[in-house]
Design a protein around this ligand. Structure first.
Ligand code: HEC
Ligand code: HEC
Length: 376
């Protein structure tokens, strides 16, 4: 091995790739989480992150010397000593493996990482009705905002941790001049100790996990219907379910899914058909018995009866009010607040009530994030 004097080979290529994959997947998942329509990508990056968390835990148990939890310096006294020495700039030599600060960092990151992926998978199942835990959606309730908070704040903590980590490495690089940044690039640290050696079987395990992580990413982005992404809800055939509803209420606009409004709203809408958004709908258009039957259908499938994310969140946002339009619910306003007004004025859209212009499978009652066309 051609190596420089005073350098020790500490991070094998597998470890380095995994370190950067983790950094990349976390950052990408963090950014995509801000966009509802990017949920699919968010989940795909989350799975890279998940695979790597699992890998790192196994690696800490069976991996090479410097990666093992056994060699971590976790005593508070060691941490204190480390920082005192560091601040006084006396300690110019960095340990070959994890120093006390990075030992703590890794343990924390793995802990938070586990919380993030577990809560994320549960949220995907319970709230979105998607993925491995889609059947848990039947337990979806208002209280799930707690899970949402756990997922969110764990990732904020993780992000803050990343910033601290970067600051620490920068201090090493520029103040203590230990050239730490390049250790994760070249694998060599300027320190003393033995070179790390990875057994072929362990190397193979690293490469396998890298392949699995990246493979899972592509598996997810390539399909909305495989076992990791499948939604519990399939397209609804409203025509088959209730022909009069589909035909009569779908005459001027596509039918609005009954689960988007509560019972009382549907009652108000049906009671006010003579002045329905400026249109006069009479018994000549929709017969009395059809109207009764449509109302019954709407009530049977109203927001109160559904565990879809939109239904639960609409109900939660409404409180006591019962508006006559979906676009008047606080939930709808909140989810669409970032869309500039001019977008609705485009020819293809015309009106904010024209949901199908942006929600591909809207007429099948499917408002899955995956079906949002962001730039119509
Ligand atoms: C004669 C045409 C016509 C028929 C028939 C009709 N609607 Fe409408 N409806 C409208 C118009 C116009 C709007 C305003 C939004 C738009 O331009 O699409 C509207 C809006 C709505 C909205 C509010 C959408 C929003 O902005 O959140 C609901 C809900 C709705 N209709 C339900 C129904 C139901 C239920 C029926 C069947 C009983 C029905 N409509 C039949 C013309 C019609
Ligand atoms: C101009 C395009 C546009 C129109 C028109 C529109 N939406 Fe949306 N809708 C979006 C976008 C974009 C998002 C995702 C916002 C985000 O990233 O947070 C969204 C989000 C949603 C969500 C939340 C999805 C989720 O899983 O959290 C629901 C529910 C929804 N829209 C329903 C409707 C309904 C019902 C209508 C018609 C009354 C409608 N939208 C009209 C673009 C549109």
């Amino acid at each position: 091995m051609n190596k420089k004097e005073g350098h020790v080979f500490v991070w094998p290529i597998g470890t380095r790739i995994i370190h950067w994959l983790m950094a990349l997947s976390f950052t990408a998942a963090f950014i995509t989480s801000y966009y509802e329509y990017m949920l699919h990508d968010h989940v795909a990056f989350g799975f890279i992150f998940l695979t790597i968390i699992i890998y790192r835990i196994i690696w800490g148990l069976i991996g090479p010397e410097y990666a093992r939890f056994k060699t971590f310096k976790l005593k508070p006294s060691q941490l204190k000593f480390y920082f005192v020495e560091k601040i006084q700039n006396r300690w110019r030599k960095i340990p070959a493996g994890h120093n006390p600060a990075s030992s703590w960092f890794t343990v924390w990151a793995l802990g938070m990482g586990t919380v993030i992926v577990v809560s994320g998978l549960l949220l995907y199942g319970i709230q979105e009705g998607k993925g491995l835990f889609r059947d848990l959606n039947s337990d979806y309730s208002d209280y799930m905002f707690i899970l949402d908070m756990v997922h969110k704040y764990a990732s904020y903590i993780f992000a803050a941790w990343v910033v601290i980590h970067i600051v620490g490495v920068m201090i090493e690089q520029f103040w203590h001049k230990t050239n730490m940044v390049f250790a994760m690039v070249t694998g060599y640290k300027r320190t003393e100790g033995r070179d790390t050696k990875v057994k072929p079987l362990l190397s193979f395990f690293s490469y396998m996990m890298i392949v699995i992580a990246i493979g899972t990413y592509f598996f997810i982005v390539s399909s909305n219907y495989n076992f990791l992404t499948l939604q519990k809800y399939t397209n609804v055939d409203y025509e088959a379910k209730h022909a009069a509803f589909y035909n009569e209420c779908g005459d001027c606009h596509k039918v609005y899914p009954p689960y988007m409004l509560p019972k009382r709203s549907w009652q108000k809408i049906m009671a006010g058909l003579d002045n329905h958004r400026g249109e006069e709908i009479t018994e000549a258009n929709i017969t009395k018995s059809q109207q009764t039957s449509i109302l019954e259908f709407l009530i049977q499938n109203a927001a109160e009866t559904s565990k879809r994310e939109a239904a639960v969140k609409v109900m939660h946002s409404l409180g006591e009010i019962r508006p006559k339009a979906i676009t008047k619910t606080p939930y709808w306003r909140a989810t669409h607040k970032d869309i500039p007004k001019y977008v609705y004025k485009q020819k293809k859209i015309k009106d904010k009530s024209n949901c199908i212009a942006c929600h591909k499978d809207f007429e099948h009652g499917n408002l899955d994030d995956m079906n949002i066309i962001y730039r119509p």
